[in-house]
Design a protein around this ligand. Structure first.
Ligand SMILES: Cc1cc2nc3c(=O)[nH]c(=O)nc-3n(C[C@H](O)[C@H](O)[C@H](O)COP(=O)(O)OP(=O)(O)OC[C@H]3O[C@@H](n4cnc5c(N)ncnc54)[C@H](O)[C@@H]3O)c2cc1C
Length: 498
């Protein structure tokens, strides 16, 4: 057993921001299931939204966030987020994060869908990589922070309704319990619920399942965001083409060359994500094709190369010259707007348990996240959580006994995981129907039973992830069935008035 003041589960921007801030007043241990940088954060392209431009204000950022959230945002949480944004950017710069500049120190701000101003602070099209580099280097150089990589958190430790730490399995060491005054869940998203996702392999909803297992409140899981523009390629996994490409003037066309967004929204390609993704999916279904196209051929080649080097190189590797050819694209799962309910200080509904980042439902996204607000959310709420944990009491050493999910063989986990992904993609995507949702819920029940009936096997993180995905899927589907109006990212065709 190990003790620290503050325990962090996850090493993306949420976990590492909290670690750096909390280490100012206590000892911190970070547990992360892969290498430190393996996270959604590392893959973020577009940037971080902050009203730092001359013609911008937090009021405008607030208004855009509320509009994108389709009436379901928590206004207090949104105001808190947008007011802290400039400070969060400054903090990252002080840590050494390099953002694109105009001249010597004016930030070069990009524009993305749903934003009424240029306000996206970025490092070309690999902002997440740069941000994760800066925070992980600072964490590694900090004497008060201990990091365990390849350390899979299996359960939360509870004492009479209070979270007192977590149990984890460490490579080459085995099971270990970590006791702490406060535990921060920062485990990111759950993209692996779907066959097509922009998320990396670690996004398996572990934090949602961990929080659910101890009774923390979870909300809004039906609001699953699909990114409108990911590369369509039959042999490659979904590769994101950042929204900033449309912000720079990229247009959407169907195979005949028609700019079909004229049929859907006056904001055209820069409408909020839910609107653009639904339009693309509708167009794909209507035309019975696999994809539509993103056209950058009219843009300045040198600008494209400078602003989007990652996309330029990746597409060239597979033979697409974006200055000459339209990019085939299709929507893919991208972000979970729902999650573990927290207040402005990152407190969950359970004492001792805090949460931050994509695993949470802070209220800032409502029914649909505004582009580039999530890296910001991770920093802002981790900062306030790091302040709030100061007052947490010493943890009790005694722990409640809990029943852990059993492990099953890898081959059985592979079967269940793939079947779940197919069902979720088919019935719980951009367009849903009640019968399809009910069918998936029934299937999830069946897979849970398969789990119970399967012969026990030694622990494997893959098998546990599969269990966590089942728990998370159940919450997404039940949320979708319970939501009786089409709003933001939730669209059930059966709810449409004839
Ligand atoms: C391709 C892509 C592009 C994006 N672009 C943008 C953008 O431009 N702007 C923006 O604002 N947002 C963007 N996003 C979203 C944003 O990157 C994420 O929402 C954000 O980084 C989440 O940060 P996080 O710290 O909450 O989680 P993550 O960065 O995902 O970190 C989660 C951590 O938890 C660890 N973990 C998970 N389960 C366990 C477990 N059981 N035990 C131990 N460790 C565990 C993981 O290994 C990982 O280290 C993008 C996302 C993707 C995938």
């Amino acid at each position: 057993m190990e003790r620290c003041d503050y325990l962090v589960i996850g090493s993306g921007l949420a976990g590492l921001t909290f670690a750096l801030k909390a280490a100012e007043h206590g000892s911190v241990t970070v547990l992360t299931k892969s290498e430190i940088t393996e996270s959604n954060t590392n893959w973020a392209q577009g940037g971080i939204a902050a009203a730092v431009g001359e013609s911008d204000s937090w009021e405008l950022h607030e208004e855009d966030t509320l509009i994108a959230g389709a009436g379901l945002c928590d206004p207090c949480a949104v105001r808190f987020l947008v007011q802290q944004a400039p400070e969060a950017i400054e903090w990252l710069q002080q840590l050494g994060a390099r953002f694109d500049l105009l001249g010597s120190n004016e930030l070069d701000l990009g524009r993305e869908g749903g934003h009424s101003r240029h306000r996206i602070v970025h490092h070309a099209d690999k902002t997440g990589w740069e941000v994760e580099r800066a925070v992980s280097e600072a964490v590694r150089g900090h004497k008060g922070i201990r990091v365990y990589e390849n350390c899979f958190v299996t359960h939360l430790l509870m004492n009479q309704g209070r979270c007192v730490g977590a149990g984890a399995l460490l490579d080459e060491i085995g099971q270990r319990d970590f006791l702490a005054r406060a535990t921060l869940l920062a485990t990111g998203g759950c993209g692996k619920l779907y066959s097509n996702t922009t998320n990396p392999r670690v996004a398996t909803g572990d934090g949602i399942a961990l929080a659910h297992s101890v009774g923390a409140e979870i909300r809004n899981m039906e609001f699953m965001q699909f990114h409108p523009t990911t590369l369509y390629h039959p042999q490659l996994s979904s590769f994101l083409i950042t929204e900033a490409v449309r912000g720079a003037g990229g247009t959407l066309r169907d195979h005949t060359g028609r700019r079909f967004m004229y049929d859907y929204d006056s904001r055209l390609e820069l409408a909020p994500r839910d609107v653009v993704a639904r339009a693309i999916e509708n167009q794909i279904q209507k035309l019975d094709t696999w994809c539509v196209y993103l056209d950058m051929t009219h843009l300045d080649v040198r600008e494209i190369q400078k602003e989007f080097p990652t996309i330029w190189t990746k597409l060239r590797e597979i033979g697409i010259e974006i200055e000459k050819t339209w990019i085939p694209i299709t929507p893919a799962q991208h972000y979970s707007c729902g999650g573990v309910v927290t207040d402005l200080s990152g407190r969950t509904t359970l004492p001792g348990l805090f949460a931050s980042g994509e695993v949470t439902c802070t209220g800032v996204h409502g029914a649909n996240r505004l582009a580039s607000n999530s890296l910001l959310e991770a920093m802002v709420f981790s900062t306030s959580a790091a302040d709030a944990v100061r007052d947490e009491p010493e943890p009790a050493v005694e722990r409640d006994s809990i029943a852990l999910p059993k492990s099953i063989s890898e081959s059985e986990s592979v079967r269940i995981r793939h079947a779940l992904q197919r069902a979720m993609s088919h019935h719980v995507g951009i367009f849903r129907r009640t019968a399809g949702l009910e069918e998936v819920l029934e299937k999830i029940r069946g897979w849970h039973e398969d789990y119970e009936k399967a012969p026990p096997a030694s622990f494997s993180s893959y098998s546990r992830e599969c269990f966590n995905l089942l728990v998370t899927a159940q919450l997404v589907v039940s949320g979708a069935l319970a939501r009786k109006e089409n709003v933001g990212l939730h669209y059930n065709a059966d709810l449409v008035q004839p």
